[in-house]
Each structure stands twice: as C-alpha cells, then as structure tokens.
Design a protein around this ligand. Structure first.
Ligand SMILES: Cc1cc2nc3c(=O)[nH]c(=O)nc-3n(C[C@H](O)[C@H](O)[C@H](O)COP(=O)(O)O)c2cc1C
Length: 383
C-alpha cells in the first residue's frame, strides 16, 4: 500500500484509532492518477471461447467504469474515489492467454506484466491492492478503514459477477494476513471444466443464493439520501441474514429501527425472526457518529456491522473490515432485490456501540453500515 506522507500512520491499529477519533480531516489534497501506472501497452480483452472464463464480462460486471471519469461502477466506493487496483494471474481456460496482467478499469484494458507462476490453477485470480492516496485525498486520516471496506466491496463484486456468469464457484482469500494483496478472488472457468486446486488457504464464499443477473449488477447504485420508510421486519431479517452469512465470526450484525418500536434488533438464535435487544431510537446517535450525516437519523433502518475491539491486531482489523465490506455488498444486492433503497455508510467516529449500551468500552465498535429505506430521494423527486 502506498501512503501519502504525514496523513495516515503506517501501523494499522494506530491508524484505526485515529480514524475513530473525533479529529476532523484537513482540506482535500490531490487524488493522483485514477489508475495505477501499469507498464507496457494496454490491450483489449479478447472475445471468449464457449468453454472459457470470459474475463471481459467478469470485469465489466464487477470493476469496469462505465464512463471515462471513473464514476458509475458496479462496485461502490467511499467518496467514489475507487482506490482498489487489480492484478490478474491467468491460468488455462480463460479468454486471455496465461500470464500476469494489470487491469485498467477506466479503459477496460489489461497490461501484460509477465509469466504466470508455476502451478497457477485454471481460471483467473484477481489480487486486490489499494492506492491509499486516492481515498486519503478526501478522507485524510479517516481513509485507512475505508480502504479495507472498499476492497471488501470490490471482492464481493467479483464474486457476484462470477455467479452471474455461471463460472465455477469463486473462492475468496480474505484472512487479513497480508497487506498486499489485501485479498484475492479465484474464479474457475465455467462449470463443466475440471476445477483446479484452490489457492492455498482460500475458502468458498458461503451460501449460494439465486445467482444475480448481469442487469442487476450493472444497475446497482447507492440510493441518494434521504432514504425514508421503514422496511418490513421480514425484509430486514432477509438483509440481516445475507450480511451475517457472508460475514465472519469477528463481526456481529444488528439493525437500528425507528418508530413504532425504535431500538436495535439482531437475528434470533433460530434465524427465523428479529430479536429486539435494546430500546430507544439509535438513529440520531448513528447520524452523529457517521461524520454528522444528518440524513441517517431519518433512514428507514440502518444495518450495522460491529465488533473489532480496540486491541485487535492488524490481521484481525483487516479481516473484520474486508469482511464487513464484502458482506454489506451482498446485503446491498439483497436489499435491491427486495425493492428497498440502500446506501453503504463507512466513516464512523467514536462509534462505540457496546459502550453506548452500557457494556465495557472499546470492545464493540461500528465497522460498516448499510442505510435502508422503502424509497429514496430519487423516488421522492419523481413522484
Ligand atoms: C466503504 C464505503 C463507504 C461509504 N460511505 C458512505 C457514507 O458514509 N455516506 C454516503 O452517503 N455514502 C457512502 N458510500 C457510498 C458512496 O458514496 C458511493 O458508493 C459512491 O458515491 C458511488 O456511487 P454508487 O455506489 O451509486 O456507484 C460509501 C461507499 C463505500 C463502498
């Protein structure tokens, strides 16, 4: 990870403590180039043979920008700054010849970087890293957790794109052990080909829902605030379940709801219902903790990922944030399928949920969130 000077401590635990502090970021600084300076000439992604993994389609449905400014991507990003860089290691059975490639999401082209290592399995592995300067240019010392969350969202976008294309089941490496890459997603060629060995240490990506369609992935947007209207309890339970199933044991999941029964709810032990575990409207406090974003106080509901105590070490911090981004992305798609409006919320200061509920401080911080409503500003303006 490349750090701009003097903005973010290198030590991740110190950087997270600073990001969680009330200190406001300074004025914006230059974001730098929107794409990593890959060496060599960019080449288009060739058309795929019938049995090949179609890398053009995979990247188009997950990471490619649909206009040259870099906005409008299938994956969301804090401040639309898109700090995630992707290097592909391509094996046999793909629409590109085997090798290593850097991906340019603005031009939707690849740069050949060299030969693939010995033992590269069939299919392609996307290794995700970040250029911190992009996010730090706006968020300053608040950037570090956002970079991890963004990477989790990008990994989820790749997994969903693979499912939409009917490839072999993608495998995710998101153990938090390495800073570079932060995570990798291995996508085997379409089912029917013999799957190759999974990259060491990887694991499958959890329960398989009805696969998304390409149109759903390309249509995903963060609904513009305000997001009003309380979703039905069943819809909230479905979104909560999608997140919790894609999360990790490091994280807990709750949903903050307003009247008529304001409070915090979690999944009941049998998963069949919501269990209200705290009363009182948390949404105004959440709005204050989320960099003072007042619209959150009126959101129909707010899905919360929490945990990641103050004494978490770097691998645990990375894992919790990567997984939170990954899970909130899946929850976002689930919410859209239910006809809800949804928007990720990633910047949290002093958001010690456990302490606010009377437990020991420093044990249960908000890591990420998804604001939900039955309708958004878009719909308010058109009705
Ligand atoms: C990690 C993360 C954190 C985000 N935090 C916020 C936030 O605090 N407030 C907000 O209004 N939007 C937030 N967003 C949404 C982005 O602003 C949005 O993704 C971006 O503007 C691109 O728009 P799109 O998602 O419609 O493609 C966040 C998105 C991500 C991925």
């Amino acid at each position: 990870m490349q750090h701009p000077p003097d903005t973010i401590p290198i030590d991740l635990a110190a950087a997270l403590a600073l990001a969680r502090s009330p200190r406001p970021p300074g004025p914006d600084t230059p974001a730098g180039a929107a794409v990593r300076a890959w060496p060599g000439t960019p080449v288009p992604l060739p058309q795929a043979g019938p049995a090949d993994l179609d890398l053009h389609a995979l990247l188009r449905l997950s990471l490619a920008a649909s206009d040259t400014s870099g906005r409008l991507r299938p994956a969301p990003s804090a401040g639309a700054l898109h700090p995630v860089d992707t290097e592909l290691t391509v094996g046999t059975g793909c629409s590109l010849p085997p090798g290593r490639y850097g991906y340019d999401p603005l031009r939707h082209r690849v740069h050949h970087l060299g030969r693939q290592p010995a033992g590269t399995p069939p299919g392609a592995t996307a290794a995700l890293t970040v250029t911190a300067q992009r996010t730090a240019s706006h968020y300053g010392h608040r950037a570090r957790p956002l970079l991890l969350l963004d990477t989790g969202h990008a990994a989820a976008a790749l997994v969903l794109a693979a499912r939409a294309l009917g490839t072999g089941e993608p495998r995710l490496r998101m153990d938090g052990r390495t800073e570079s890459p932060l995570t990798s997603v291995h996508v085997p060629p379409p089912a029917g080909r013999a799957p190759g060995p999974a990259p060491d240490g990887s694991r499958a990506t959890g329960r398989r829902e009805q696969p998304p369609t390409a149109a759903e992935l390309l249509a995903r947007r963060s609904a513009p605030p305000p997001l009003r209207g309380a979703p039905a309890p069943d819809a909230l339970r479905t979104v909560l379940t999608a997140a919790a199933d894609a999360g990790t044991a490091d994280l807990r999941w709750s949903v903050a709801v307003g009247p008529p029964r304001p409070g915090l709810a979690a999944r009941a032990a049998d998963g069949a219902a919501l269990r209200h575990y705290a009363t009182g409207d948390a949404r105004p406090t959440l709005a204050a903790w989320a960099a003072g974003q007042a619209w959150i106080a009126d959101a129909g509901a707010v899905l919360l990922a929490h945990g990641c105590p103050s004494d978490a070490d770097a691998p645990r911090i990375r894992r919790a944030h990567l997984r939170a981004g990954f899970a909130v992305h899946l929850a976002h798609l689930t919410a859209l399928r239910l006809g809800l409006a949804a928007r990720p919320v990633g910047s949290w200061q002093q958001a010690d949920l456990g302490a606010a509920l009377g437990a020991a401080p420093g044990r249960d911080w908000i890591v990420h969130a998804l604001a939900l409503g039955t309708h958004s500003a878009d719909e308010e303006n058109t009705t």
